[in-house]
Design a protein around this ligand. Structure first.
Ligand code: DQA
Length: 145
């Protein structure tokens, strides 16, 4: 089975209790299980990770670049300002789908900028947890071209 990484940035480990009006009431563990299940249905071996640490996230992206692993990435707040993350994403050697649970374009102005979008294959935002399913479906169709 094709390996795919689903990487999540800061504060996403608190899903379920974090601003449920914005992010819903599914926990991070619930999200991880959902992604694994969606992956299995698509024939993808999905590994889900979360970190609050920029350096750790950059390290995971370097390894994905070396291994040619496709990535679904919710960069969370790093989306809006981390050039280190963007530069790491630019090195990827397989498709990168940027995902957001909420629709950042419909929120505060500082969320309207994504420094990652310009180096992503595509972006899916605003569909709640379904954003991840849609991203995995997009990766699956890219991989089976
Ligand atoms: C988010 C949107 C970001 O603006 C925010 O900082 C997050 C989550 C989302 O999934 O909607 O942490 O990436």
């Amino acid at each position: 089975m094709k390996k795919v990484l689903v990487l999540n940035g800061p504060n996403l480990g608190r899903l379920g209790s974090r601003e449920p009006d914005v992010y819903g009431d599914t926990s991070y563990d619930g999200l991880a299980k959902r992604c694994e299940r969606t992956g299995l249905d698509l024939g993808l071996d999905v590994e889900v990770r979360q970190t609050d640490d920029e350096a750790e996230l950059v390290g995971w992206l370097h390894a994905a670049a070396d291994d040619r692993t496709p990535v679904v990435l919710n960069p969370a707040a790093f989306t809006h300002y981390s050039y280190a993350l963007r530069d790491a994403c630019a090195q990827l050697t397989a498709p990168l789908i940027e995902v957001h649970i909420s629709n950042p374009a419909a929120r505060e102005v500082f969320r309207h900028t994504s420094v990652v979008a310009g180096v992503a294959t595509g972006t899916i935002a605003g569909f709640g947890m379904n954003s991840y399913d849609l991203a995995l479906q997009a990766l699956h169709s890219l991989e089976s071209r």
